[in-house]
Ligand binder design. Structure first.
Ligand SMILES: [Zn+2]
Length: 253
């Protein structure tokens, strides 16, 4: 069993045990948009996946927080996620909050789950909440002695990531692709749960958050990596505790 590209899950093959994956998102829907196919792949093979969502995602527009959370739960349930943590910070206002209040809930998830891999936003996204969550996650996963975290990656959120201006630090340049050819349909099903929010997060094509566009993104990144469908990541930090084992083809995984 193996991937044509370097694959998040290859880590697990090297260790021979189930992995733990933590996805840290600013808003309900970011987790599915950015890493839904990857999370579904992990849960399908018995890995434990948690999602931590920092803001309510709606109070800059309306007050239907409970409905938004219900849709997020349904989406994550479709993906096989074990636990969803809703931190409940105010949407689009993380820049008015002390950084420690953003970092601490992420640290608590890391302490409790002891994840091998942490997935979060790209620090150059056009959305300020995304950028703050990306910075907070790097602090919460700092490589202190005894940390469980081997790998930290940023994901792409169709719309926010590709609407960023082409200036240094804002260009998403993936160097890690996860094969989601077997889980793309699950990702799209999960995303459809967000069509039931008060203001649907799923938009008509050609909006980047349409089902058709998400399919096109997956195919485009697949084309870039020799796969039928892929989710792209930027590897931000890796502590290779198993030498170069874990890389595709190196240890015969
Ligand atoms: Zn977002």
């Amino acid at each position: 069993m193996g991937c044509d590209a370097v694959c998040l899950g290859e880590f697990d093959f090297a260790k021979g045990t189930a992995m733990r994956v933590l996805t840290v998102a600013a808003h309900p829907d970011d987790e599915t948009l950015g890493a839904g196919g990857t999370m579904a792949w992990h849960t399908s093979r018995g890995d434990e996946v948690w999602v931590c969502i920092l803001t309510d995602g709606v109070t800059s527009r309306h007050d239907r927080v409970a409905l938004q959370e219900e849709c997020a739960r349904r989406a994550c349930e479709t993906l096989g996620v074990t636990k969803v943590v809703f931190v409940g910070l105010p949407d689009q206002r993380l820049d008015a909050i002390r950084m420690l209040n953003v970092i601490t809930p992420i640290e608590e998830c890391v302490r409790e789950l002891q994840p091998d891999v942490v997935l979060t936003h790209f620090g150059g996204d056009v959305n300020e909440d995304h950028r703050i969550v990306a910075r907070a996650t790097m602090v919460a996963t700092r490589p202190v002695a005894g940390s469980s975290v081997s790998r930290v990656c940023s994901f792409e959120v169709p719309s926010s990531t590709d609407w960023a201006p082409p200036i240094p630090g804002s260009v998403f340049a993936p160097n890690l692709y996860v094969d989601i050819s077997e889980t793309l349909e699950t990702k799209l099903t999960a995303m459809k749960a967000y069509a039931d929010t008060y203001h649907s997060e799923v938009r008509p094509y050609p909006h980047p958050r349409s089902v058709e566009a998400l399919t096109a993104y997956a195919q485009r990144h697949g084309v870039a990596s020799g796969l039928l469908a892929a989710e792209p990541f930027m590897l931000l930090r890796e502590s290779a505790r198993h030498g170069m084992r874990g890389l595709s083809g190196v240890d015969g995984a």
